[in-house]
Design a protein around this ligand. Structure first.
Ligand SMILES: Cc1ncc(COP(=O)(O)O)c(C=O)c1O
Length: 216
């Protein structure tokens, strides 16, 4: 059988040992290093690491303060965590069909799914390729909707040049103009990143309760 992916951790072993020996295995300097490296990959100034892609999605939605009845438009062709995160955040899932071209959510179907209760668009980037953000990002802006991208399967992917899938990325008009985040497998970095300083307070406080996000 040909494996879908082979995880090679040989290069990481010394780093893992370093963390274990340091005694700081939760929020130590290596996490800060991960966040800085991740922000670099995503092309943003801040990243907040959490324990899983699912948590990154939930945290990204929680900072939007969704109310019961608020609708999040997403793809029906995804891992169940996408939908679970929306339900966990207390919102309603509204599916828009996928495109046969890339199996990601079809922008025309998203347009048709947007209704009076829609607050958020949540495209899913699959198999290392991004959904059509060239259409979805302007659409979110035009309708005043938050944009949370599930990039668990596409960390490091780009769309039409400069647009990076840094992970679960969210653009929330109510909170900030360019707020990004990450959801990925435990074997890869999981973080939420943000292009501005202020909105990072919420994900930082969610990732590490009782602490404040350093300004800037
Ligand atoms: C599209 C998608 N979203 C979210 C997740 C959840 O990530 P995690 O398993 O790290 O919670 C996955 C995991 O496979 C995924 O494929």
């Amino acid at each position: 059988m040909i494996p879908i992916t082979v995880v090679d951790v040989r290069d990481s072993e010394p780093l893992v040992s370093e963390v274990l020996r340091s005694g700081a295995i939760a929020q130590g300097p290596m996490v800060a290093r991960l966040e800085a490296g991740f922000a670099d990959v995503a092309g943003v100034s801040h990243a907040v690491a959490v324990n899983s892609g699912t948590t990154a999605l939930v945290a990204s939605l929680q900072v939007l303060d969704l109310k019961p009845g608020d609708e999040v438009v997403t793809s029906p062709f995804t891992f169940v965590a996408t939908v679970n995160a929306i339900l966990e955040a207390g919102a309603t899932v509204r599916f828009a069909d996928i495109s046969a071209r890339d199996f990601c959510v079809d922008p025309d179907a998203v347009t048709a799914a947007i209704g009076p209760r829609t607050t958020t668009l949540m495209p899913v980037h699959l198999y290392g390729q991004m959904a059509d953000m060239g259409k979805l990002a302007p659409m979110a802006a035009e309708h005043g909707l938050s944009l949370v991208e599930d990039a668990a399967q596409a960390v490091g992917a780009t769309f039409a040049g400069p647009m990076h899938a840094g992970g679960t990325r969210s653009c929330c008009p109510r909170a900030c103009p360019a707020c990004r985040g990450c959801g990925c497998r435990p074997s890869s970095p999981t973080a939420r990143t943000c292009g501005t300083s202020t909105p990072c307070w919420s994900p930082r406080m969610l990732s590490s309760p009782g602490t404040n996000c350093p300004p800037g």
